[in-house]
Design a protein around this ligand. Sequence first.
Ligand code: OSB
Ligand code: MG
Length: 377
Amino acid sequence: MRLEQVTLREIRMRLRAPFETSFGSIQDRRILLVEVCSEGLSGWAECTAMETPSFNSETIDVAWLMLREHLTPLVLDKDIASARDLPEVFKPIRGNEMAKAALENAVWHLDSQMRNVPLHRLLGGTLNEISCGVSLGIQPTIDKLLALVDREVSAGYQRIKLKIKPGKDVEVVREVRRRFPRIKLSVDANSAYTLSDVDHLKKLDEFQLLMMEQPLDWDDIYEHSRLQAQLDTDICLDESIHNLRHASAAVEMDACRVVNIKLGRVGGHTEAGRIQAYCAARGIPAWCGGMIESGIGRAHNIAMSTQAGFAWPGDVSASQRYWEEDIIEPEVQVTPQGSIRVPQTPGLGYQIRERRIEELTVGRESHDTRSAQVSVA
Ligand code: OSB
Ligand code: MG
């Protein structure tokens, strides 16, 4: 395929409720969408970089610049045999995984339409239904959190993840565990602790947590191995894993026993596929993480999660939990058993609501083959 046009677009979407993690709270999202065009077809993807460099070093603005100046010129008007070739094409550019993923994933979507197959089949996915969990932000009171857990357990979600930080951890988990003795429960600290907190973190061992996600620094692997040696609870790494090398290093060092795979954080579907295959071969449970995506990112997460390595329920949940109105049709829906039935139509399996996207757009630029000219709305 030959890309005739690449469009970058920023939309604004307000979450139904603020989402609080150890690094901050967010309600008004700025979301970067990438659209690639060829032979009358459009491939879409979402850049999962956040508004601020608090989760990783990328931001929506940095990703926009990387896409415009460095990544788009590598693909525009070039012959691309398969989306699978893009990591090699992007190799001269270091890091910036979320920017790369946005462009690569849009090409995957385009490719799946050209081949007239569902994206999940093109990726090698085999599941027709994926299991879902939810991630609950830090709440002002334990009662509010208990009510949320109750709502999500009643809705059928198969795993509940609680965001924690110092001062909102052991007692919070104790209360949730007391009220819900049997649910699959995990915690995510988003790097809020240090190795010197080991005695405190050991207090969480009594709650039979499925895992503890990213307790230590966002770019650390070694200290997590020191911590894992002293904990009963399995550590899961999120922020620290950007590629297969990181995942295999972490597993071999016993820095984690579970891997969170985020499509953006690892640079796109190709690398995500490699990591899940590695995890499947090693018997390491992997699961799909979320970045409070719009329906477009969510649909890509669903396609990704059909691969066999995604052994545990992901942070992939219904559109309605996040948005009054999503930008895909139908919206992502979850069964009463806490699963998503994977659409079997070619491409993403969800229609892109272009008119709605247009209404939400605050900035746009298109790069095409006729000139280096940029048109800005
Ligand atoms: O660490 O998994 C995380 C959201 C933003 C940034 C980081 C994380 C999260 C979540 C939300 O946990 C997952 C979701 O999209 O529901
Ligand atoms: Mg996380």
